[in-house]
Design a protein around this ligand. Sequence first.
Ligand code: WT7
Length: 646
Amino acid sequence: MVQSSNAAGAKTPDFHIDPEAYDRMYAQSVNDPATFWGEHGKRLDWIKPYTRVKNTSFAYDDVSIKWFEDGTLNVAANCVDRHLATRGDQTAIIWEPDSPDEEALHITYKELHTQVSKMANVLKSMGVGKGDRVVIYLPMIPEAAYSMLACARIGAIHSIVFAGFSPDALGARVNGCDAKVVITADHAPRGGRATKLKDNVNQALLHDVDDVKCLVVKRTGGQIAWREGLDFWWHEEAARVSADCPPEEMNAEDPLFILYTSGSTGQPKGVVHTSGGYLAYAAMTHEYIFDYHEGDIYWCTADVGWVTGHSYIVYGPLANGATTVMFEGVPTYPDAGRFWQVCEKHKVTQFYTAPTAIRALMGKGTGPVEGSDLSSLRLLGSVGEPINPEAWNWYNENVGKGKCPIVDTWWQTETGGILITPLPGVTKPKPGSATKPFFGVTPVILDDQGNELSGATEGVLCIKDSWPGQMRTVWGDHARFVSTYFEMFKGYYFTGDGCRRDEDGDYWITGRVDDVINVSGHRMGTAEVESALVAHATVSEAAVVGYPHDIKGQGIYCYVTLMDGVEATDELRTELANWVRTEIGPIAKPDVIQWAPGLPKTRSGKIMRRILRKIAENDYDSLGDTSTLADPSVVDDLISNRAALA
Ligand code: WT7
């Protein structure tokens, strides 16, 4: 076994596996997945053990994914109850508030059990039962975890909406899954400012369905508008209900949650994850990839509004009986040393964040990192977008002090857990590469015609066979699930990512090949921003593309054609940017708006985004063939307008 060590030189535990074990386990996982996962599914507590492990098909006319299909379990019991006998007094969640002046909380497994059970009983008293949907619209506070686990306990399906989303975006999701209850807070403090979450809920619900009940967590005590008979305070209800709520027996394939994510077309779709396979996969990847051991203090800086927060703040770590840190704030508040101060304060052993955060902090120099004692750190992680070698090296040298393995984890909302990643103790570091597949994962690189390419090559990344954490369907629209992921390349799961494989067989993700952009690790459909823009009275047409941005990875570049007679002013530009911000949320605010008297369209009316991307990148030499355009002269206009912008 390979020894790991931390910066302090303290004796640290063995890695779970070495290169030989990886090869052996990987081979079994793909050659005989039923045996492999049959064994590893046992890491969960089953009420009725499964006898059938894998029943999956990627065949286009028969896409169906079932794991452990005859087993029953309860996810909350796996994340909480089963730890009570051995680690009831151990901290399950360390909560670090937005302001360092407010006290951190240490919530034990016993306390977590009480809170989750009470929340479950409150939900029941509000009429929520097995299979009902609950929307969670909360800041990063312990109640977010209680809510998720309370739903799991009673078999309700949660759908978390990131607290940065607008009332409209929230409303669309509440209606999309027909939620019975929304759980929210009065205000959400973040970076020293507060968002009025409950007001957003009121606006969202008033637009859409106004009989949705609301459970409100008092976070700040700030002013809110109350809807008598529909709104309930969490602290008041909690005082009324018992802390005894037996967990519901659920089938492995019963939905655990819905999470809306952006695609290349249309409105966001509700990704559905189920119970047994998802939890087994989240827990196993958490243990192996983050080298998780007893006694570790593990911190993932994501928000529970994204899948990373689901799998690697809540479900994976808690299923493993870990201590997981939940951070309410932002990396730069009150100053650029906050992440490192929190690492020192809680003696964090594993730290998992996004390249955009690393790049933002890099810009502040090494002073803020050097101000904190980071000797407890043993492993670093990265997720959300390709990490550029400069950021990787900075992270490695200044945060990891050259001694922590870095896991660059590639995965998606749809995959439920990490699919391609280095493994500590196994993989030689290679800055910028996500390296090798996790157990059971069969990546392939295809050309545009769908031929599998071998050896060192580049193309589109697909996955050949199912893994337990895979999404099962799109909520309410199975046909969309099939057409989005299985139609383009028949027989494969299509990831939407481009990818290169090098001579060592290591994978390098090159970014999306569809109309999805990645802004600060947040995924956005260009179509969503376009539809927000054209909803403005002055806009006749809009086309949105991503362009390289130093900190965000990609920025949002919008080409806007105004209605006849509307004057193209700087004030209007600002108004449109703010309009998109209110329609979708701050993360969708355009970085650049360029006036476009015309857009480059083919004779059949299709916008040629390739050209728009090149112009946004200031790269006019490789525009390619523009002769098929209905009106090639629009390109010259766009180029001269671009020059005027720069
Ligand atoms: C897309 C999925 C899964 C957690 C967060 C994002 C990009 C994600 C990496 C990485 C290169 C990455 C891909 C992917 N992506 N991780 N380590 N290297 N690209 O989840 O919002 O569903 O976005 O993020 O393009 O398809 P998501």
